[in-house]
Design a protein. Structure first.
Length: 299
């Protein structure tokens, strides 16, 4: 009997110590979202910019990342884990910890609905509303395997954050178009972006912003303009409708499609833009074709 009591006490003490000191969160919130993990990750990054004290989201993967939120005088850690259910639904688990008041929260949570719990739920309800509003602003479809176009082109090399990709394009649109027009260079299609490096861990994007052109003897020599040829190759294609700022939502969708179908891809998408944002209009009518190259069998 004494042995049983000793084991029971040891287990109880162990459980209490685990709960107070080792349990990875003070509070956990679970909900469903009508989006894939990559879209949720990018939306958390956008939502994160709305706080008074902004700290970068720590990337682990599109389905696992950490967010730091300053609430009054406390620092709250939000660890997001997202499981994709299907093409338009994910299960989201958020583990929340107050860095300075963790033990107090753990002692109080089992016995009352604390301000910490209420505040955490409210923040995530706010996020869910933010996400749903964002989802109304775009749509995309995966069209499967396709071939990337081949063309000679004039390009400006840029490096921004992914969310500032469109701003970089717009800052150079008139510059590139103007120099080509002044030198009577004939365009050969709509502008496009060729991604060179999509660095999720450092939230960085290197890319060429290009105009397809007819090669001629009149090509202007400018230090910021490079000429190159895009070669045709097999890719997975998506069609995106919405603001060009968020066209990378289609990139994640292509990656999900490729993973589901065991297709190895180069994470260097090419986007072709068929509308000029300067002309305004309904963003849902703006069209972007997105191609993610399929890796060659010998790569």
């Amino acid at each position: 009997m004494k042995k049983i009591i000793s084991i029971t006490l040891a287990l109880a003490v162990g459980a209490v110590l685990w709960y107070l000191f080792l349990k990875p969160q003070d509070y956990q919130v679970n909900f469903e979202a009508k989006a894939i993990p990559g879209t949720i990750f990018e939306t958390v990054k956008a939502w994160n910019q709305g706080f008074d004290s902004v700290m970068p989201v720590e990337y682990i993967s599109p389905s696992h990342f950490k967010q730091t939120i300053v609430v009054n005088d406390s620092v709250h850690m939000y660890e997001w884990e997202i499981n994709r259910v299907h093409d338009s639904l994910s299960e989201v688990q958020v583990n929340i910890k107050d860095a300075d008041n963790s033990i107090d929260n753990r002692l109080a949570v089992p016995f009352s609905d604390t301000d910490f719990e209420k505040g955490s739920r409210k923040l995530l309800l706010d996020f869910n509303s933010f996400l749903n509003e964002h989802l109304e602003g775009f749509n995309y479809s995966i069209e499967g395997e396709a071939e990337i176009f081949s063309s000679f082109c004039a390009c400006v090399k840029l490096k921004t954050t992914p969310e500032n990709k469109a701003k970089g394009m717009m800052a150079n649109y008139s510059f590139l178009d103007g120099i080509l027009a002044q030198n009577e260079v004939q365009l050969n299609g709509p502008p496009f972006v060729e991604v060179l490096d999509w660095d999720l861990e450092n939230n960085s994007l290197s890319y060429n912003f290009c105009n397809p052109i007819i090669r001629s003897e009149k090509l202007p020599n400018h230090p910021d303009i490079k000429y190159k040829r895009i070669f045709s190759k097999n890719a997975i294609k998506a069609v995106y409708h919405g603001n060009y700022i968020t066209s990378d939502r289609a990139w994640y969708a292509i990656l999900d499609y490729a993973k589901k179908n065991n297709i190895a891809l180069e994470k260097k998408p090419i986007e072709i833009f068929y509308n000029n944002p300067n002309m305004g209009g309904n963003e849902l009518e703006w069209t972007t074709e997105v191609f993610m190259p399929i890796k060659e069998s010998d790569e």
